[in-house]
Ligand binder design. Structure first.
Ligand code: ZN
Length: 405
């Protein structure tokens, strides 16, 4: 940690600060391009060979960089190639879901080093929920084989309104005057970046999943709520204060259902996992049959049970997911008309029902969006599924520290 603390420290004399910023650039280039020679680094950074050599030697002394032998591509006198030492630094990703948490770590060379999925947790907007979150993170670190002092930074995803630049979360845990990121930093001892969960999932799919190599992508997080991450020209789009993408809260229905956000008639009120759960329970109470109710009271039915029932060919669950899909598809048709994206990725719990939700969505898109616009748009299911948030959180933390993207 001494190295990483030192690298991040801003209370240093000018020359040391400048050197640190060049070191970050060297690490960033090595992590993007793999192994690189000193002349390559010198050319890319427009900094003299002796200066680069001195800084690379310092990075070697700190065990961040290693000499990986002679270049095989250069002709004549072959220079050495340098690369990162994978286990010299790690980035933690914490993805908070409605009723569980997923945590993972990636190393400096972007390999997923360890994950812990489905840690039981109930997200409520109360102080004890925040305390429990901190304990779960600390326990994960304590039980992991990786020394805590090698964890450079943490990315943490939360639903709701997040300003990732200031580190404030407005929908959850807005108890303190300090930003939530600062509170978490003090509680865990790890530099923390917070991000909206759907945006982090979008980033995960963009780096390592269904949206890899695409530039204009909408990622829809179809879960208890409906979230969206927007990627425009290969960059996450935030809007002025970081709140862009509130697709779930467009006034879509002329109903009297109060949404989580306090308004009524939002898309979420009828086309989300929360709406599906409510609808399912009501149907059961009014006498409909389902394989779920064999050993469960209507009020105990959770979204995960309904998703499983769809996979198990339960007729009621399939009918209701199709209804939700049709409504979502109509909403997505609007997005296609507005954004003309090359790809829409469907993620979150509802997307786990794959074809059962995909087909009604596609059919509604064909029905409601402009033909010329939608022919350019592919619709794909998430590739990372449950891992999207963790992968996104790890990479966002890494890329913010290294300023890599
Ligand atoms: Zn709403």
């Amino acid at each position: 940690m001494i190295f990483w603390d030192d690298l991040e420290s801003e209370s240093k004399p000018g020359i040391a600060l400048k050197n640190n910023s060049i070191k970050k650039e060297i690490i960033s280039i090595l992590s993007l391009s793999g192994n690189v020679t000193i002349p390559d680094l010198s050319k890319k950074l427009v900094i003299s060979v002796p200066k680069i050599t001195a800084l690379v030697n310092e990075l070697i002394a700190d065990s961040i960089v290693s000499d990986y032998g002679k270049s095989t591509v250069a002709s004549g006198r072959k220079p050495s190639v340098y690369g990162l030492v994978a286990d010299s630094g790690f980035f933690l990703g914490v993805d908070i879901k409605h009723s569980h948490i997923n945590i993972g770590l990636i190393d400096l060379c972007k390999n997923l080093a360890s994950t812990s999925k489905h840690i039981p947790y109930t997200l409520t907007n109360e102080r004890h929920s925040l305390d429990e979150l901190c304990n779960i993170i600390k326990t994960f670190i304590a039980n992991s084989a990786i020394p805590g002092d090698k964890i450079v930074a943490m990315g943490l995803n939360l639903s709701g309104r997040i300003n990732s630049t200031t580190g404030y979360s407005y929908s959850f845990f807005h108890f303190n005057e300090d930003p939530l990121s600062v509170y978490l930093e003090q509680a865990t001892g790890i530099k923390t970046f917070i991000e909206n969960d759907s945006r982090a999932m979008a980033y995960g799919e963009y780096i390592a999943g269904a949206a890899k190599n695409e530039k204009n992508v909408l990622f829809l997080n179809l879960d208890y709520g409906i979230g969206m991450g927007i990627i425009i020209n290969g960059q996450l789009y935030y809007g002025k204060s970081g709140f862009a993408g509130e697709f779930g809260h467009i006034p879509f229905f002329d109903n009297e259902i109060i949404c989580q956000c306090g308004k009524k008639g939002c898309l979420e009120t009828e086309a989300s996992g929360r709406a599906l759960t409510h609808l399912f329970r009501e149907k059961i109470k009014s006498g409909y049959a389902s394989i779920i109710t064999k050993d469960m009271a209507p009020e105990d039915i959770k979204l995960s049970h309904i998703i499983q029932a769809v996979k198990d060919d339960d007729v009621l669950a399939i009918d209701l997911i199709a209804e939700i899909g049709e409504k979502l598809g109509k909403g997505i048709a609007t997005l296609i008309n507005l954004y003309n994206p090359e790809l829409i990725v469907l993620g979150g719990a509802l997307a786990e029902t794959s074809e059962y939700i995909l087909l009604p969505i596609k059919s509604a898109i064909n029905k409601y969006s402009l033909n010329l616009v939608n022919t350019d748009t592919q619709i794909k299911l998430s590739q990372l599924n449950e891992n999207a948030g963790v992968v996104g959180a790890c990479f966002l933390a890494r890329d913010r520290v290294l300023e890599a993207r």
